[in-house]
Design a protein around this ligand. Structure first.
Ligand SMILES: *[C@@H]1O[C@H](CO)[C@@H](O)[C@H](O)[C@H]1NC(C)=O
Ligand SMILES: *[C@@H]1O[C@H](CO)[C@@H](O)[C@H](O)[C@H]1NC(C)=O
Ligand SMILES: *[C@@H]1O[C@H](CO)[C@@H](O)[C@H](O)[C@H]1NC(C)=O
Ligand SMILES: *[C@@H]1O[C@H](CO)[C@@H](O)[C@H](O)[C@H]1NC(C)=O
Length: 560
């Protein structure tokens, strides 16, 4: 694959007569570099020259130089920090026999002998042991697991933290936050063998979602393929790389039209390919998003806090959750108290005099739509824009409230949108004056999941730079970032927007904005902890809780 991509590049740059010699030389040089990569890296050690060697980017397709040595270093540290355990490779064609089987796997509440009394404030630890389809214990890690503790009757739920012991067993740790019964739920999202496939797809087929653009001038019209990176062919390309941010975007050049006649952008379908039998790794109900059963009891009874008794902490040090549901309302642990904004007048009162700018994907659009629906006096102005992509503007003249929404820059999976409406968030933020009346909300994750993580890192670095500039010139501006969330997985969506992709990007997002004066809406925990099924577009009860979190940042409870 690597060699093939390299050859394609070379062929397009020399005449066919010398192609064979050139290809031979190119392949030779490429292989030489490849096999001496470690050697080159060792040579660089001790001499802190930049840019650092980017060993993660040994693939040709979709590799861009970071914008600065600092960016390159951060990229490398981030990629190291999210490195996923390798899974032993299996003989082809793939058989499920040696892959993780949720039906054979079990979890156990610790201590195994029982007899423990649980109190509010304690930590509950669960040991999860994975087995393959033959019933043999797994010996390596890398399975994607989600864990939740809940009680439907109490409207209570909290996300657990999962730790991979890399030997086929995992721990899940939960904070005990409510009194009464609490039930453990552990879900296998993907066997580790599926992650191997997901990794490879992003490396080798970052163009498996095809984007198309119509170019038009007068009566001449042509459609070509576009992407963050295109496979080199003999066809010339139009370079739509954003001059301010350096965000890459390319289209094959239309034959009879110039590059500046681009009119629209749309999703031209899925072109990904799996190897033989790999689709077996993505079967709903068999090995994708399947609950794992308990050996023994799956629930505990939590007693009130006992002042005299020391809290039970798990053996594994883990940061706790940021919040939990109780009576179906999100309670914050690490942020400001979440207030309930139940009527239009309370929301209006909070937003009075504010300009709220929402930037990002459809999961941020949901918030625009929620406010627009919840507030009768907030009127959406008809910009005749795309229903899915916007932009949108809504106004309440009397209370001087402005709410805007704009989609993030490409890649955008959507029906046709005018190319001219594709704006990068960083550029939009750079055009804001900011101040105490300005609220900026950013959410970008799902549309970047089928690309190498480097693309997402670069995008966030650009957005962060713009946010830092905004907070420098107007420190009173409130900036809120939405994280990604788990979704319902079909075999199709698993290959482009798996929770594993989202989880990895989520870690990058959190690290990227750590230490800045920005606030998070932890959509990941808020969806995971809730009893409703995972959905890329969380259903109304979760959106309402998210809006309460946002409004609580804008209008925190006055300390009495
Ligand atoms: C795996 O590692 C954990 C943590 O070190 C340990 O408690 C557990 O016993 C190990 N499991 C197996 C099957 O070796
Ligand atoms: C929820 O908690 C209540 C009170 O402890 C208990 O009676 C009930 O059985 C629990 N429900 C579930 C589904 O665990
Ligand atoms: C595309 O344009 C950008 C900005 O002008 C430039 O830095 C980059 O090298 C160009 N890429 C290609 C492949 O021509
Ligand atoms: C380009 O123009 C030529 C001459 O008018 C025409 O034959 C050809 O079909 C056009 N190509 C495309 C891709 O529209």
């Amino acid at each position: 694959m690597k060699v093939k991509a390299c050859r394609e590049t070379m062929v397009s740059f020399c005449c066919p007569k010398y192609a064979a010699i050139f290809v031979f030389l190119a392949v030779f040089v490429f292989l030489f570099v490849l096999f001496n990569m470690d050697f080159l890296e060792i040579q660089h050690k001790g001499i802190p020259t930049f840019p650092v060697p980017r060993r993660h980017l040994t693939h040709r397709l979709c590799s861009f130089e970071p914008l600065s040595p600092e960016d390159a270093l951060e990229e490398r540290l981030l990629l190291d920090s999210i490195a996923w355990p390798e899974t032993p490779s299996l003989p082809a064609p793939l058989s499920l026999e040696q892959t993780t089987d949720p039906a054979h796997s079990r979890f156990t509440i610790l201590p195994e002998m029982g007899g423990q009394q649980w109190h509010i404030g304690d930590q509950l630890e669960v040991m999860i042991k994975m087995y393959d389809f033959r019933g043999r214990p797994k010996k390596s890690g890398g399975d994607v697991l989600l864990a939740r503790l809940h009680n439907r009757t109490l409207g209570a739920g909290v996300a657990g933290k999962v730790l991979d012991h890399l030997n086929g067993s995992y721990s899940a740790v939960f904070s005990l936050l409510w009194e009464g019964s609490a039930q453990v739920e552990v879900t296998l999202v993907h066997p580790s063998e599926a992650v191997t496939v997901l990794k490879r797809l992003n490396r080798e087929q970052p163009d498996r979602i095809s984007f198309q653009s119509v170019f038009r001038s007068g009566s001449v019209s042509e459609t070509t393929t576009c992407n963050v990176c295109l496979r080199p062919t003999e066809q010339p390309q139009c370079n739509f790389t954003d001059l301010t941010t350096g965000e890459p975007w390319f289209c094959y050049k239309p034959k009879n039209l110039s590059c500046d006649t681009r009119i629209t952008n749309y999703n031209g379908g899925y072109k990904g390919k799996l190897e033989a039998n790999e689709e077996k790794l993505f079967k709903s109900g068999i090995n994708m998003k399947v609950s794992i059963r308990a050996s023994g009891s799956s629930s505990v009874t939590v007693l009130p806090k006992n002042k005299d008794q020391p809290e039970v902490k798990s053996n594994i040090v883990q940061s706790g959750p940021v919040g939990y549901y109780y009576k179906d309302a999100w309670q914050s642990i690490s942020g400001p108290t979440v207030r309930q904004f139940n009527t239009p007048s309370v929301i209006n009162q909070c937003l009075k005099g504010k300009m709220v700018h929402l930037y990002g994907d459809s999961t941020v659009r949901q918030w625009f739509q929620y406010l627009n629906k919840a507030l009768p006096d907030l009127k959406q102005f008809n910009l005749h824009s795309s229903v899915k992509v916007g932009p949108f503007v809504a106004l309440n003249y009397a209370d001087n409230i402005l709410v805007t929404y704009r989609f993030h820059g490409p890649p955008v999976w959507s029906t046709s949108v005018p190319a001219i409406e594709l704006h990068y968030i960083a550029n939009e933020v750079d055009r804001l004056v900011g101040g105490a009346n300005t609220v900026v909300v950013i959410g970008i994750w799902a549309h970047l999941s089928s690309f190498p993580t480097e693309i997402y890192i670069r995008r966030l670095q650009n957005i962060r730079r713009a946010v830092v500039r905004l907070l420098d010139r107007a420190p009173d501006t409130l900036v809120i970032i939405r994280t990604g969330n788990p979704r319902a997985l079909t075999p199709f969506f698993a290959l482009i927007n798996s929770d594993w992709y989202s989880l990895q990007r989520d870690k990058v997002l959190r690290a990227m904005f750590k230490g800045l004066n920005v606030h998070l809406v932890d959509a990941w925990e808020m969806v995971l902890a809730h009893h409703l099924p995972h959905n890329i577009h969380p259903p109304p009860p979760i959106i309402k809780n998210m809006i309460n979190v946002i409004l609580s940042y804008i209008c925190p409870q006055k300390s009495s």
